[in-house]
Design a protein around this ligand. Structure first.
Ligand code: GLA
Ligand code: ZN
Length: 669
């Protein structure tokens, strides 16, 4: 794939405006030593570059950009609209958001603009245009970075009015809306658009994350995602007036719930994201998020932020252990990143992020462990050059991820409060990760025909066209896996009547009559028909076979003997239905059988505890071999005799890779 950049961008958020000028020169010297070639600037500088409603002052930004241009940096230039200036909040209180409890905020914080405030939109659009007019033809600007980590919600009167317009466009008539939201329930029928209010703590919200009317709340999620997206496209278009071709992005946040990133990615030139795992985040979970970010555009992405060592905002901000940042960075590149960027380049002197890790620590020198590790990685990436830029990841397995399903599943009241979307998807993803079977994270409207196996856990909402697309896929020989809590509702969160799993019933060859919910301390067992057993819990579907074959039955309770896991031959393919949450060994057993039938193969034939990922260009395959285990692991035999591109050392027979060790091997195709 044609790369977006001409080299691996290596750098990150840089805030020289928070420092006296003498420090800038020192920064340039130290960054050069670490092979830093990129800086993301102007992220939170709105108050600085626009001191009042009538005036801009770009003199300091000019100096920063001049300095970075002289030093041949690839500049990632932010539009700085993610935090409002105080003068704006004072003069136009409407620019501030109104929260879920209905409180209108005063000046403070960040990511704080009401997306439907005409004042905010006017100022933001104008600023983006001014920046593009001034800097758009500087060839050192490698990328535009609009706002920052879009997110959150607003429940103000402007947003209420905009929501009504959005609904009108979607439903056309008030009758259609009443039907979609099933408003006969609790006597909610509305007769006029202006009777509709936003779902929050003052109306139909139940706590922060549940709702009395999921149809309404899901529409609000869609609306809110669209609203923030419209803020993004507004600034993008303002930039495009003056700068026709520099790529434009905004930094996303992995599985962040509030924004439908598949929709967002269509408007972005390149996806970028911020990766902040906790000390106990499984590496498979980070890998899944990378695959999701790659999947948004099915293309390489930017790692816009990671910390060189520590965060400040988690409960326990552990240091990255020696080698960990390097291993994590190669995992990122392995899954599709063409940049490695940090938050941030110099640790702040004040504010809540003063404990956040940075390339230059408070000591102010390069004589730190963290700096040495940043430098080592910089040297290695420089040595790799652009050989791998634009390289693609190939997969035979597609795992469906869908924001409508995320919202709908987690809004459900019952059967079990512990059902969560991302964790369930991850439970399935993890199996493939551990086997080194490459996975694409795909949307519900992906081209399924590219895959041998589609994994669709908790496909709770089955939207129009989905049944047909999955049927075609299976008829043509594809293998589909789905689970409990699938096929239940339509896009308005109304139940597909006629028995669960609704539109998937015929495909799966089962009818789910009831769904039992198990508390954390309750367990059931499944007994596999070919021997062996496993624990299960969370929910148990009570199902009847309608053509499917039973692979495992419940071992306990009044539904002992009823099917728990089934397989239905359909057309040239098959559909597996897993009716309960299996513990890991049980799920592994089921998925191994499925992977075998689908004929999906791991990246390398040999089984290993190491993470092995392949990225490929037209003529070369690059194998990343990374050890995320606590103990050293032997390198797979197929890499013996190959040179490690990072060190040029030839890999020896029986060589052990220590924890966080990495090898990178290229093989001509
Ligand atoms: C986010 C933001 C950054 C910074 C980091 C700290 O990703 O985009 O501005 O606050 O978190 O981890
Ligand atoms: Zn608002």
């Amino acid at each position: 794939m044609k790369p977006v950049f001409s080299r691996i961008l290596y750098g990150g958020d840089y805030n020289p405006n928070q420092w006296p000028k003498e420090v800038w020169q020192e920064d340039m010297r130290i960054f050069k030593d670490a092979r830093i070639n990129s800086a993301t600037i102007n992220v939170f500088s709105w108050a600085k570059i626009q001191p009042s409603e009538e005036t801009y002052n770009f003199s300091e930004l000019d100096e920063i950009i001049d300095m970075l241009s002289r030093e041949n940096y690839d500049i990632v230039l932010a539009t700085s609209t993610a935090a409002l200036p105080a003068w704006m909040a004072k003069r136009y209180p409407e620019v501030m958001r109104t929260d879920y409890e209905g409180l209108q905020h005063k000046f403070g914080g960040r990511h704080n603009a009401c997306p439907h405030s005409p004042v905010f939109k006017g100022f933001a659009k104008k600023l983006a245009g001014e920046l593009a007019k001034r800097y758009g033809d500087n060839s050192h600007i490698a990328c535009w970075h609009i706002s920052n980590e879009y997110g959150g919600e607003c429940y103000c009167e402007n947003c209420t009015r905009a929501f009504r317009i959005w609904l009108r466009k979607k439903y056309g008539t008030i009758e259609a809306l009443n039907k979609a939201w099933n408003m006969e329930f609790w006597g909610h029928t509305v007769y006029d658009w202006d009777e509709i209010v936003l779902p929050n703590a003052l109306s139909d919200g139940i706590g922060y994350d549940k709702t009395a009317f999921a149809g309404l709340s899901i529409d609000y999620c869609r609306f809110n995602s669209d609203s923030l997206l419209a803020n993004f496209t507004m600034e993008r278009d303002a930039i495009r007036e003056y700068d026709k071709d520099t790529p434009i992005t905004t930094n996303l946040m992995g599985t962040y719930k509030a924004l439908d990133y598949f929709k967002w990615a269509k408007e972005m030139d390149i996806v970028s994201w911020d990766n902040y795992p906790s000390y106990n985040t499984p590496w498979s979970s980070t890998a899944m998020r990378h695959d999701l970010m790659r999947g948004l555009k099915n293309a390489p992405f930017m790692l816009m932020e990671q910390t060189p060592s520590q965060q400040n905002w988690q409960r326990y901000n552990s240091l990255k252990r020696p080698g960990q940042m390097r291993a994590q960075s190669y995992q990122t590149v392995a899954h599709g990143a063409d940049t490695i960027q940090f938050f941030q380049l110099r640790r702040s002197v004040g504010g809540c992020e003063k404990f956040h890790g940075a390339v230059i620590a408070h000591v102010g020198t390069e004589n730190t462990r963290v700096f040495r590790e940043v430098k080592q990685l910089g040297e290695e990436l420089e040595k790799l050059g652009n050989t791998m830029l634009g390289a693609v990841n190939q997969a035979e397995v597609g795992v469906i991820f869908d924001w409508d399903n995320y919202w709908a599943l987690e809004y459900t009241s019952g059967p079990n409060v512990d059902i969560t979307y991302v964790n369930t998807i991850h439970q399935y993803y993890q199996y493939f990760y551990k086997k080194n079977i490459a996975v694409d994270m795909i949307p519900v409207d992906a081209d399924f025909s590219k895959y041998k196996l589609i994994v669709a856990p908790v496909l709770y909402m089955v939207k129009k066209g989905m049944k047909e697309a999955l049927t075609r896929f299976v008829e043509n020989g594809g293998i589909l896996v789905t689970t409990y809590m699938s096929g239940i509702v339509d896009e308005s969160d109304n139940v597909h009547l006629g028995g669960y799993p609704g539109p998937l019933r015929e495909l799966a060859g089962v009818w789910v009559e009831e769904i039992d919910a198990l508390a954390p301390e309750q367990k059931n067992r499944v007994m596999f028909t070919d021997g062996g057993e496993a624990d299960c819990g969370l929910v148990c579907d009570l199902m009847h076979l309608e053509g499917a074959e039973n692979l495992a039955s419940y071992g306990k309770d009044f539904y002992a003997g009823m099917p728990a896991v089934t397989k239905n031959k359909f057309g040239n393919g098959a559909v597996y239905y897993v009716g309960t949450r299996l513990e890991e060994a049980g799920l592994c057993r089921v998925l191994t059988k499925i992977a075998e039938q689908a004929g999906v193969t791991p990246v390398i034939a040999e089984e290993t505890e190491l993470e092995v990922v392949c990225r490929e260009t037209e003529d070369t395959k690059f194998y990343f071999v990374i050890n995320f285990k606590d103990e050293q692991c032997r390198i797979p035999q197929c890499f013996v005799g190959e040179a490690d591109l990072l060190t040029d050392k030839v890999i020896e027979n029986g060589e052990m890779i220590p924890k966080y060790g990495v090898r990178l091997v290229s093989v001509k195709k």
